[in-house]
Ligand binder design. Structure first.
Ligand code: HEC
Length: 118
């Protein structure tokens, strides 16, 4: 009886963890991959390094990680203008302008395309 109960608890725990989007290991891999990415354009790369990168390569910030197309897809479906609005006005844990006070809309768009994986 006791063994049966232990087994049921085990199954419940396994089912619960299967419900999570990603295992901690998968998240870690996506985070490591995101940290290898830098925009090809040097001016954009400089902006990225001092602003977006500090959050968009750290899963714990809650930001969709650079190159994580799965995380970006549902956001990108809302359209580029909505994405640019979110950066300018701030969204959730992201401060207004994403910590790039002098970025143009064109630069935000290029940075978003880069992070969303093209
Ligand atoms: C201080 C941390 C931080 C910085 C710096 C930052 N972001 Fe974010 N960003 C976030 C977080 C957290 C989210 C998720 C917000 C949410 O949906 O709750 C996010 C989400 C986004 C989104 C999706 C918004 C949406 O409505 O789905 C875009 C686009 C974005 N960031 C672009 C940028 C760009 C471009 C930069 C650099 C110029 C940048 N971010 C800098 C933390 C940051």
């Amino acid at each position: 009886m006791c063994r049966m109960l232990t087994f049921s608890v085990l199954v419940a725990v396994m089912l619960l963890s299967a419900c999570q989007d990603k295992t901690p290991e998968a998240t870690r891999q996506v985070q490591i991959a995101s940290q290898q990415l830098v925009p090809g354009d040097s001016e954009l790369a400089a902006i990225y390094q001092r602003s977006c990168r500090s959050c968009h390569t750290i899963a714990a910030t809650g930001a969709p990680l650079s190159g994580d197309s799965v995380a970006w897809a549902p956001r990108m479906q809302r359209g580029m203008p909505a994405m640019i609005d979110s950066v300018i006005n701030g969204a959730g844990g992201m401060p207004p302008l994403g910590m790039c006070m002098d970025c143009s809309e064109e630069q935000f768009e290029a940075l978003i395309r880069f992070m969303a994986g093209g």
